[in-house]
Ligand binder design. Structure first.
Ligand code: RFL
Ligand code: PHB
Length: 394
């Protein structure tokens, strides 16, 4: 079966779904292909921090209703070390900009509902996705639909929104891409717990035993992370061990500690920094994690993905309206500027807050000095705040 569309979108994460929705609003048709089942995509627990640019994009695109009702707006955050919490007033330092806590899976749930309401195609559970004719003006995507029927999609453009392990980036001939990568010798063990958040804002903590992060999803659900080995065996972590480690790394001398409750979800994530240049090959465009990965410490991944697809949708709209390809031609360079800025920030937050096996006592003292400086200098706090809340989307 052969069909055609204007934009073939590979991947139904936040990038692919938002791109499809923005194109729909511009009257451009698209087909979204996703290799996982729809329930899996909706239930995958990941990011939680939305920059104002992401919130505005959701709102302007008409998919921000539940986000406005259920998202938790935070004006600041805490940094903890030496058993003390220090407040950083993000809003005051950035002329009123804030962040919103709303789970990535909720963003995805809202975007899937919006897609279904448009009646435009979203094929989940597809397999064997392959791309060819990438140098032609009609690149193609081949796949098996959920019933196993082979299908071909002829496209004007292909958007690779298929994440770091997707098929689009490896389909581009290697000499055309340059990759920049850094891996870290640690990961995060993350949990969701049925416990009311004991702090109204996030707490990023450096402890001698490693990093820990206190976050939340709702008035009843706490989200917590512990630095661990990248290949940490979850089976070695009983609930008691998780809570005792979280208590050790997060509790502060003012008596604050996370509330505890039933652990409803747990997982281990490795960490990397990765950028590919350029983000385009002929009529194939890479967006989101397919093009770049940041360690989660700066909470930038989802927001970068949203900034990419906003730029891409607007460039495609310009192209279809008047035939100018200038914005498409600028897509990669503009995205790379934003990406490298987020890379620098995420690397900096990560290295300031994590302990490495190769670290010496000198390194730990240096990290503490970095943190002391951060919380005592308005200039240093402003630098963190500006980057954390994110620059406005183009
Ligand atoms: P996704 O979400 O990985 O979606 C890609 C989709 O493509 C599908 N796919 C394919 N489909 C068809 N054919 C193929 N061959 C395919 N191969 C893959 C996949 O199944 C998937 O559905 O990428 P996208 O859309 O670019 O979105 C990026 C974000 O998911 C990611 O950057 C964030 O989750 C990163 N991140 C955070 N970002 C933030 O902005 N703020 C945060 O607070 C934050 N915290 C986090 C995070 C990521 C984490 N993990 C688990 C890596 C916390 C964690 C723990
Ligand atoms: C989350 O709530 O999942 C979260 C918050 C901040 C981060 C990463 C993840 O930096």
């Amino acid at each position: 079966m052969i069909s055609r569309t204007q934009v073939g979108i590979v991947g139904a994460g936040p990038a692919g779904l938002m791109l499809g929705h923005l194109l729909h609003l511009a009257g451009i048709d698209s087909v979204i292909l996703e290799r996982q089942r729809e329930e899996h995509v909706i239930e995958r627990v990941r990011a939680g921090v939305l920059e104002q640019g992401t919130v505005d994009l959701m709102t302007d695109a008409g998919v921000g209703g539940r986000l406005a009702r259920e998202g938790m707006r935070h004006r600041g955050l805490y940094v903890a070390f030496n058993r003390r919490r220090h407040h950083i007033d993000l809003a005051e330092l950035t002329g009123g900009r804030t962040i919103t806590i709303y789970g990535q899976n909720e963003v995805v749930r809202d975007l899937i509902a919006a897609r279904r309401a448009t009646g435009r195609p979203l094929h989940c559970d597809v397999s064997d996705v392959r791309l060819d004719d990438l140098t032609s003006t009609q690149p193609r995507i081949h796949f098996l639909d959920r019933g196993g029927t082979p299908r071909t999609l002829t496209c004007d453009f292909i958007a690779g929104c298929d994440g770091f392990h997707g098929v689009t980036r490896p389909s581009i001939p290697a000499p055309h891409l340059q990759a920049f990568e850094r891996t870290y010798h640690f990961g995060w063990l993350g949990i969701l717990a049925s416990a009311a958040p004991s702090s109204d804002e996030l707490v990023y903590s450096l402890h001698e035993r490693g990093f820990a992060l206190f976050s939340m999803r709702s008035a009843q659900v706490t989200r917590l992370y512990l630095q661990c080995a990248p290949d940490e065996d979850l089976a070695a972590w009983s609930d008691d061990r998780i809570w005792s480690e979280l208590r050790a790394r997060l509790s502060t001398d003012d008596g604050w500690r996370p509330n505890e409750g039933t652990i409803t979800q747990r997982g281990v994530t490795g960490m990397r920094s990765f950028v590919v240049e350029p983000m385009r090959y002929h009529r194939v465009f890479l967006a989101g994690d397919a093009a770049h990965i940041v360690p989660p410490t700066g909470a930038k991944g989802l927001n970068l993905a949203m900034a990419d697809v906003k730029r891409l949708a607007s460039a495609l709209e310009t192209f279809y309206r008047g035939g100018s390809a200038a914005a498409l031609d600028a897509y990669s360079d503009r995205g790379l500027r934003r990406t490298w800025r987020a890379q620098r920030f995420s690397w900096w937050m990560t290295s300031m807050l994590h302990r490495s096996e190769s670290d010496t006592a000198f390194d730990y003292r240096r990290q503490l000095a970095d943190l002391e400086y951060l919380v005592s200098s308005r200039a240093a706090m402003t630098s963190l705040a500006e980057n954390y809340v994110g620059t406005p989307f183009e």
